[in-house]
Write a protein that binds this ligand. Structure first.
Ligand SMILES: O=C(CO)[C@H](O)[C@H](O)COP(=O)(O)O
Length: 210
């Protein structure tokens, strides 16, 4: 099981500063959608240059033109690129084809997918690398989480790795770990803490014990 740090509410220098603090406890650093909107794919390039030993995920949440957008993120140095599960199969297929050419990975974000089991089965058959259940900020504000969705996709996905994101904190991490995803994604659960290093270290320890 791996730990991914999601960076959403920072600029590039702040992102570098946060990762410096917690790099030894994480496997993947995510350049969040708001960071890409504010800073462009340049943020991916800067973070990959600063931390070459970490995998960098570009959270583009691609909805169309999968091949082209994966190509651009790959050029910037992304190792993993996100595509939305609600997008058309042709978009996901295009993303996978381009990722294979560039030796990169595709994560499908299942945010707002209505029939989780049926869509996860279809997406798994498209050859993606990760399928991620996700309660975004708007769902979190409504008190939702993705714990049940994780169990649902785990029961149908045969090939892809499974991931979970959305509002995971130190106190909810044990419940997440007990469902055995391949990847846990944490943003505010680390970045909003005053001692980010201590929290990331505890999270890594819980994951390693699992
Ligand atoms: O993609 C995102 C929002 O759309 C976030 O990166 C993801 O939800 C993880 O952050 P947090 O743990 O703060 O919810």
């Amino acid at each position: 099981m791996k730990l991914q740090l999601a960076l959403d509410l920072v600029n590039i220098p702040e992102a570098v500063e946060v990762v410096q603090e917690v790099a030894e406890f994480i496997d993947i650093v995510e350049i969040g959608t708001p960071v890409v909107i504010n800073e462009g794919l340049h943020a991916v390039k800067e973070l990959k240059n600063a931390f070459p030993s970490l995998q960098v995920l570009a959270d583009l949440k691609i909805m169309d033109a999968g091949g082209y957008e994966v190509m651009k993120a790959s050029e910037a140095g992304a190792d993993i690129i996100t595509v939305l599960g609600v997008s058309d199969d042709s978009t996901i297929k295009g993303a996978v084809v381009e990722a294979r050419k560039q030796n990169k990975e595709i994560m499908v974000d299942m945010i707002n997918v209505k029939d989780m089991a049926a869509r996860a089965r279809e997406i798994d058959a498209l050859g993606v690398d990760y399928i991620c259940v996700h309660s975004g900020y708007d769902h979190q504000a409504a008190g939702l989480n993705s714990f049940q969705d994780l169990a649902t996709i785990k029961s149908v996905v045969k090939n892809a790795k499974t991931a979970i994101a959305g509002g995971i904190k130190l106190d909810t991490l044990p419940e997440v770990i007990s469902a055995k995803p391949d990847l846990v994604i944490v943003g505010g659960g680390i970045t909003s803490q005053s001692d980010k290093k201590a929290v990331a270290a505890q999270m890594q320890q819980l994951i390693k014990q699992a």
